[in-house]
Ligand binder design. Structure first.
Ligand code: CA
Length: 242
């Protein structure tokens, strides 16, 4: 009897919230190169790989982070606008980004399980946002997308994921997040959501674990292959925290 009651108490997974860059699109190589070219072009010493660590944050956050380090101050609104425009120009000149291998297979499973797919991104890169509907027709619709234009606070603040829950009409205990960056994982965990990290870039696995990921997988094909197991881990993880 007790076991049956426990089973009944177990939450039901209703929605999966996907980060975009590095999860749905293999776009981080382009983003990091665009940032590197923009910032080093200003005569500032930086490394391309450091931009993987700022992934998920808004452009404003990244620019201020660099400015504090180099100039000991935040950037003005004008500087932010100008630098972000330059970064976008670089990004749009780079070869077209590919859909992340395994992403369509994961979304197919989401559809089969009748789960609600939501995109939660800090990106304001219109070229990629527009491609979501083209590459994943009928999956991601504007009403279920949270972008840089919807939030005041970027990741690692929980606001983007809280907005994502709101758009899906579910609670944190009914959702699962798929992220690839430490700041993104932090944001999802701060919103109270069990998070799967897919390590699609050069970030050390430890950074994703430290950020609070419930499980770390090597990429989206691995998530597609083990989706049922991940849902089980989600169920145990959410259940344990109650
Ligand atoms: Ca990402």
């Amino acid at each position: 009897m007790k076991k049956k009651e426990e089973e009944m108490e177990r939450p039901l997974l209703k929605a999966v919230l996907f980060d975009m860059d590095g999860v749905l699109f293999d776009s981080m190589k382009n983003h990091t190169l665009a940032w590197y070219e923009t910032i080093s072009g200003m005569g500032i010493v930086c490394e391309r790989n450091e931009f993987y660590l700022y992934e998920g944050a808004t452009g404003e956050w990244t620019i201020n982070h660099i400015f504090r380090r180099v100039y000991g101050r935040e950037a003005t609104a004008e500087e932010i606008e100008c630098i972000y425009a330059e970064k976008s120009r670089w990004f749009n000149e780079l070869p077209l980004v590919e859909v992340m291998p395994g992403a369509k297979e994961v979304l197919e499973q989401v559809r089969e399980l009748d789960l609600i797919p939501v995109v939660v991104t800090g990106s304001g890169q219109r070229s990629l946002l527009e491609r979501l509907e083209r590459e994943f027709p009928g999956v991601f619709v504007a009403e279920r997308m949270v972008t840089a234009f919807d939030v005041r606070q970027g990741k690692p603040h929980p606001e983007p994921y809280l907005k994502g829950l709101e758009k899906a009409g579910v609670t944190a205990a009914e959702a699962l997040v798929v992220e690839n960056a430490p700041l993104g994982v932090q944001a999802a965990v701060a919103a109270g959501i069990f998070t799967v990290a897919v390590n699609t870039g050069p970030i050390p696995v430890e950074k994703l674990r430290e950020a609070g990921a419930g499980v770390v997988l090597p990429g989206m094909p691995a998530l597609a292959d083990s989706f049922d197991d991940v849902v089980q881990l989600w169920r145990d993880g959410v259940f344990d925290r109650r």
